[in-house]
Design a protein. Structure first.
Length: 193
């Protein structure tokens, strides 16, 4: 047989026509671009959750609820550092030291039952929720009520160790649980603003 004339394309074995080859390259480019965009968005979300929303807290005060007055009262503290975020009421974490003996604090301030320290971002390394929780369960630290219903359904909890290390976090209370699961608030819950 003779080869066709007239400048038409004659496919050779193992090679696709130019239009099919162009489509395959376009698909690869689009796939790579989608993967890069996905990585960029994922990295942005990770950064926002772990670093972006947090800011340093300037106020250097820790309050515990007094057994006598039932009001939060400041305690003596040193080496205070704290972080917070406006994106959630339970992102507050703080670390401090206090020269006040744990026995004095326990006799003066309200103990907080069912304290559950919440995990802090890894870069805020003074706050180790697992170690704090273990110290409370072992009796090496005592959790105190900082402020009840700091905002509706959220309590500020303060734990202090026998060596004077202190930790602060926000914890959802019974009223907050009811608010978030949709059940009616109990009689012990304050009016919601």
């Amino acid at each position: 047989p003779t080869a066709p004339t007239g400048g038409g394309y004659t496919p050779t074995r193992g090679r696709e026509p130019p239009s099919a080859l162009g489509s395959a390259m376009s698909g690869k480019i689009i796939s790579v671009l989608l993967a890069l965009v996905t990585l960029a968005v994922g990295g942005g979300v990770y950064y926002a959750q772990v670093y972006g929303f947090y800011y340093d807290v300037a106020e250097a005060e820790v309050r515990l609820t007094s057994l006598a007055s039932t009001a939060p009262e400041p305690i003596e503290i040193e080496s205070f550092e704290a972080i917070d975020a406006d994106s959630s009421p339970i992102r507050y974490r703080a670390c401090f030291t206090t020269p006040t003996p744990l026995t004095t604090l326990s006799e003066t301030f309200e103990v907080f039952e069912d304290a559950e320290p919440l995990t802090a971002p890894g870069w805020f390394d003074c706050f180790d929720a697992e170690a704090i929780g273990a110290a409370i369960r072992a009796g090496e630290a005592v959790a105190f009520t900082g402020t009840r219903n700091l905002e509706y359904g959220i309590d500020r909890v303060v734990a202090v160790t026998a060596s004077g290390q202190g930790f602060v976090w926000h914890q959802v209370n019974e009223c907050g649980d009811k608010l978030y699961d949709g059940t009616p608030a109990g009689e012990n819950c304050p009016e919601r603003n």
